[in-house]
Design a protein around this ligand. Structure first.
Ligand SMILES: NC(=O)c1ccc[n+]([C@@H]2O[C@H](COP(=O)([O-])OP(=O)(O)OC[C@H]3O[C@@H](n4cnc5c(N)ncnc54)[C@H](O)[C@@H]3O)[C@@H](O)[C@H]2O)c1
Length: 395
């Protein structure tokens, strides 16, 4: 018995940037076929591009992708590429996504959308002018517990939101021998964890609470120089015996930063982002309280949601193991099996490919990505002025 013809055409994807996150996107395309093939969704990674031919060739071999190139423009122009995933350092998102949009390719851009607000503006304009499907990979929106939190808030289960507490802390920057990769260069990354990690939390704040309309922010850099990269990876410390002998480069982004947030709807919030929090691995934390309840989410326990609501709201928080009965997009019929990081990118690929196939609206779009830049831009102004700054409001 043969499986018969494919139910739909396959979306053919090219990925630019074959570094750490590229693996997740290859896995997402393949996971899509397994998880959601029954919905007629199919994707295939047909090409990889990386500035380094060695990295590109190694990745193509490891991930079993048919072809690779060191010339990203070649990938963008290839007639057999329907959609481009931009997975390069932040300063390259704008030129690559704009070129891909102008070539008529659908674009999924890694987060943050850009290095800065001006580039984000140009990306939104180019994508909308080209009429392509565009999205920013705020994959944390796809965590089923977040989907459930959103449903509860929209159903009024916690009443009117009055406060938001957000944190995103990691510890890999604590070792001063971790190399000065592009993530520590303002001209490439735009900012440190306030943007890199903060973009996920600020996007979730927008979705769960509403528009942030003013901020005040402070930031600090404790490790002011690091050994220049040796090609051995972004996060691994250099051998301490060698670290002293390597040339060092300046760090000009924050190691940690804070914001106070004022929401247009009246809620107030706090946010802390850090790469210097020993013991915190990927502590993306949200606590949202309303007039009738509270919701708590912690990525390190991403299958759970703590909820206080209803008549017993003040009795304490109840732990809910989130399954498809709470959030239908859950990938398993038995929710207790749980989801992980990879599932979030598969779920995002599902939304992206569905939008390409059916022409359905897709969130988060480049506009959602820009919204985060509007907040971070105001935060960076506040770091200079020491005052509350208004957040630009582009619908
Ligand atoms: N959504 C998430 O959870 C998540 C997680 C990690 C990283 N990211 C984002 O993904 C992007 C990439 O991050 P990463 O950690 O994979 O970085 P990385 O440094 O590991 O990989 C970037 C790759 O881009 C390549 N590159 C650089 N210039 C290029 C060019 N001109 N042409 C082609 N390739 C080029 C580099 O050689 C490198 O292999 C960043 O924007 C980052 O913020 C998102």
């Amino acid at each position: 018995v043969t499986k018969g013809p494919r139910p739909v055409s396959t979306v053919r994807i090219g990925i630019i940037g074959a570094g750490d996150i590229a693996k997740a996107h290859v896995l997402a395309a393949r996971g899509l076929n397994s998880y959601f093939g029954a919905e007629g969704l199919r994707a295939d990674v047909v090409a990889l591009a990386d500035r380094s031919p060695e990295v590109a060739a190694r990745a193509a071999q490891a991930y079993d992708v048919e072809r690779w190139t060191a010339d990203w423009e070649q990938l963008v122009g290839a007639p057999d590429v329907d959609a481009v995933i931009v997975a390069t350092p932040n300063d390259l998102h704008a030129p690559m996504a704009i070129a891909a949009a102008e070539a008529g390719k659908h674009v999924l851009c890694e987060k943050p959308l850009a290095r800065d607000l001006a580039s984000a503006d140009a990306m939104v304009d180019a994508a909308e002018r080209a009429g392509i499907v565009h999205s920013v990979n705020f994959n944390y929106r796809r965590i089923p517990a977040i989907g459930y939190a959103r449903r509860l808030i929209e159903a009024g289960e916690i009443g009117d939101v009055v406060s938001f507490q957000g944190a995103f802390t990691q510890d890999w920057g604590i070792d001063p021998t971790v190399p000065r990769s592009w993530k520590f260069e303002a001209s490439r990354a735009g900012a440190g964890p306030l943007l890199s990690l903060g973009c996920h939390v600020l996007d979730l704040a927008h979705v769960l609470v509403g528009r942030v309309d003013r901020v005040v922010s402070a930031a600090a850099t404790h490790v002011t120089e690091r050994p220049l990269p040796t090609g051995e990876g972004t996060y691994a410390p250099v051998d301490p015996a060698r670290a002293g002998t390597l040339p060092h480069g300046e760090v000009d982004v924050e190691d940690l930063g804070t914001m106070l947030l004022g929401f247009a709807g009246g809620a107030l919030g706090t946010f802390m982002a850090s790469r210097l929090a020993p013991g915190r691995k990927n502590h993306c934390f949200l606590e949202i309280s309303g007039t009738a309840g509270t919701i708590v989410f912690d990525y390190e326990h991403m299958n759970d949601l703590l909820v206080a609501s209803g008549a017993n709201a003040t009795a304490g928080l109840t732990r809910i193991v989130v399954g498809p009965e709470h959030e239908p997009s859950h990938v398993w019929t038995l929710g207790g099996l749980g989801v992980g990081y990879s599932d979030t990118v598969v779920l995002h690929a599902r939304a992206f490919v569905t939008a390409i196939r059916d022409g359905t609206p897709l969130e988060p779009s480049f506009r959602d990505g820009r919204r985060v830049h509007e907040v971070v831009d105001a935060a960076m102004r506040s770091q200079s002025t020491g005052r509350w700054e208004q957040v630009r409001d582009t619908a």
